[in-house]
Design a protein around this ligand. Structure first.
Ligand SMILES: *Cc1c(COP(=O)(O)O)cnc(C)c1O
Length: 433
């Protein structure tokens, strides 16, 4: 059987393949990506392994770039901070959105130029403000006392983050623009922050909004654009200042399961831009900050199946990872799909619960997924794990974090090596290695 991500079909595998990166195909019963067999990747690099598709990342970057050649697109670094990926994006003209000293370091080492860096954070330290200033980043003011602190740290150019008072349709942990959000400034305070920043002698370039992550529709984001323009109009009236930059944030979702529906990235960004242009008629540059929608679907995780067992009501297949490499099911109730990468064209033999190897009953990656009878040694491929998995990974239970590879044209580049036991113990002064 040969199926591709575009042809679709009647069995489960061809539909599931749509959740995988663009170059994923099932050929001879095996999952391939970028011209490489999943089994080859697992043997060469071990498991768990996060596999990224270069073509998919580039296609997403180009989709955002097409919306407006004058817009700045900055990668939401926290989705997966990685120098190789950020270099790839920087070469396409993208910048980086960072929110800590550590994320800034990834961007700097990837060679992202200062005029393409946006530095966020609801509680930036003086050290972070100084580092952002030294890098020449846009600093996004998030509190009323931050203008003076930014000025003292040597910051030149700032944006002001507006809290538009909108409840995004997503998990409450990743909503950021409701009236009680810890992020940004409500309209009146945003105007005051612009006034104080101007008085402090800062170059106030514009306004910023980001309403949350894993957004599955545009409605709330469009409303946020209108609220942002409202604040801009108040600034123009009250301060005689107009933004030259509107940073419209990120947040577009990726599909993790067949039940999810998600807007197309290019259409989503274009709609936001059109809404901005309809309400704000002075020239202004747009910034987009996609994280998840650039790298989420571009990555999938390969696990090796170990123990398979039945309890009274449930058939379990256990994998060699779990909540230490992907805590999203526990944090957000995220639902994933999976297929057996080495026997991807065999019919399902029933529903299995995919358990991790951690000492918690809640360490379940997938509550129920249809699979061919799993056996020890099979490879489980879980799609759409490119964002907020490795980035949120931990060493819980003393488990070293997995490796990641970037695959294209029949070749795999190691972009993050698997942690060793020495890595695990490296912060302990009493470890006499
Ligand atoms: C997290 C974040 C992003 C990226 O969000 P995604 O959902 O990954 O697109 C962009 N901007 C800000 C301010 C963020 O906090």
């Amino acid at each position: 059987m040969r199926t591709s991500s575009t042809t679709g079909g009647a069995t489960d595998a061809p539909r599931l393949i749509d959740l995988f990166p663009a170059t994923a195909v099932v050929d001879g019963g095996e999952l391939h990506l970028g011209g490489m067999r999943a089994t080859t990747l697992a043997e060469a690099f071990g498991t768990p392994l996060v596999v990224y598709c270069r073509e998919t990342i580039l296609a997403r970057a180009h989709a955002y770039a097409r919306v407006d050649p004058d817009a700045l697109v900055v990668y939401g670094t926290k989705a997966f901070p990685n120098i190789a990926l950020m270099r790839l994006l920087a070469a396409e003209g993208l910048g980086a959105d960072v929110s800590t000293r550590g994320e800034l370091e990834f961007a700097l080492r990837a060679g992202v130029p200062g005029d393409r860096l946006v530095f966020h954070g609801n509680n930036k330290s003086d050290e972070e403000l100084r580092a952002a200033a030294a890098a020449g980043a846009f600093v996004v003011l998030d509190a009323l006392d931050e203008a003076a602190r930014a000025r003292a740290a040597g910051v030149q150019t700032v944006l002001v983050r507006v809290t538009p008072g909108i409840e995004a349709e997503t998990h409450r942990a990743i909503r950021t623009a409701h009236a009680e959000s810890k992020f940004g400034l409500v309209a009146g305070d945003a105007v005051a922050a612009v006034r104080e920043a101007l008085a402090a002698g800062l170059d106030v370039a514009g306004l910023h909004v980001h309403i949350g992550s894993q957004l599955t529709r545009a409605a709330e984001s469009l409303l946020a654009v209108e609220r942002l323009v409202d604040v801009a109009m108040r600034c123009r009236e009250e301060l005689g200042w107009s933004p030259r930059v509107f940073d419209l944030g990120g947040g577009l979702a990726v599909r993790h399961s067949l039940a999810d529906t998600v807007p197309d990235a290019e259409e989503f960004a274009r709609e936001l831009l059109l809404r901005l242009r309809r309400h704000w008629h002075e020239p202004a540059q747009a910034i987009f900050e996609p994280g998840r929608s650039l790298v989420g679907q571009a990555g999938f995780t390969l696990y090796r199946i170990g123990v398979v067992k039945r309890t009274a009501g449930v058939a379990y297949a256990a994998i060699d990872g779990g909540m230490s490499d992907n805590p999203r099911p526990q944090l957000y109730g995220s639902r994933y799909e999976a297929l057996l990468a080495n026997r991807a064209d065999e019919p399902s033999s029933g529903a299995y619960r995919i358990a991790g190897k951690h000492c918690e009953s809640g360490d379940v990656l997938i509550d129920s997924v249809e699979l061919p009878e799993p056996r020890r040694g099979d490879l489980l491929a879980v799609p759409a794990t490119g964002a907020y998995t490795l980035a949120m990974a931990s060493n819980y239970n003393g488990v070293p974090r997995p490796a990641a590879v970037l695959v294209a044209d029949g070749e795999a580049e190691l972009i993050r090596r698997r942690e060793s036991l020495d890595d695990l113990l490296s912060a302990e002064p009493s470890n006499q290695g």
